[in-house]
Design a protein around this ligand. Structure first.
Ligand SMILES: Cc1cc2nc3c(=O)[nH]c(=O)nc-3n(C[C@H](O)[C@H](O)[C@H](O)COP(=O)(O)O)c2cc1C
Length: 200
């Protein structure tokens, strides 16, 4: 298996597989072993950066991007693909925020690590969609994440609707897969700032 970092070094990246009906119909509802196995858990942290903005506008799935230096922890040990785990957004220590106490809790997340073959991105990105309704953007805020498992490879699509449909399945698969005691316990992991409160 080539890691995402190794693939990034290649002069010509291999083309991503096309999504097929067969793949869609065969998707499992739970993925991974009953307990996370190496290289998981993988700890990620960094300030949230803006992507191209298509996640919220075109896919109904806003994503928070991590800066390049924060991606190394996963790209050096894992392949490109779609992952699941937990994430937390931390409010700035000073000033006001539109976020409330519930927004800054640890929530389930899905993450795309790769080149978004449908959109033909040129550079590697780690984009996290947190399964929680936020009242506003949180660009610049610190984000922490624990990646606990792999869902599927990133795929190319013939339609945006098919990509949206797969992302919806990813969210359900993530929730089902996290709903096991040895995964749920990571919500309380010391990597997260569990004493964090809103400073307003
Ligand atoms: C759970 C999840 C699964 C995704 N799967 C794919 C995929 O298989 N193929 C792909 O091209 N992009 C995939 N994406 C990436 C989206 O294309 C990307 O998040 C979207 O283009 C938004 O990026 P932007 O905010 O930089 O515009 C996925 C994103 C998420 C959150």
């Amino acid at each position: 298996m080539a890691t995402a970092a190794e693939v990034a070094q290649l002069e010509k990246r291999p083309a991503a597989p096309r999504q097929t009906t067969q793949f869609r119909l065969a998707r499992p509802q739970v993925v991974g072993p009953d307990c996370p196995e190496p290289p998981f858990p993988i700890l990620l942290a960094g300030p949230v950066q803006a992507g191209f903005g298509r996640g919220s506008k075109e896919l109904g799935c806003p994503t928070a991007n991590l800066p390049d230096e924060s991606i190394t922890a996963i790209s050096s040990v894992a392949k490109t693909g779609i992952y699941y785990g937990y994430a937390q957004v931390l409010p700035p220590k000073t000033g006001t925020t539109e976020l409330c106490e519930d927004d800054i809790r640890v929530h389930p997340m899905v993450m795309s690590l790769g080149y978004n073959p449908y959109y033909k991105n040129k550079t590697l990105a780690a984009e996290i969609h947190i399964l929680h309704e936020f009242p506003s953007d949180f660009y610049g805020y610190d984000m922490k994440a624990l990646v606990l498992g792999y869902i599927r490879p990133e795929l190319d699509y013939t339609s945006r609707e098919a990509l949206i449909e797969d992302i919806e399945v990813d969210k359900r698969v993530a929730l089902n897969s996290l709903d096991r005691p040895r995964y749920t316990k990571y919500r309380e992991d010391p990597h997260f700032d569990l004493s964090c409160t809103i400073a307003n």
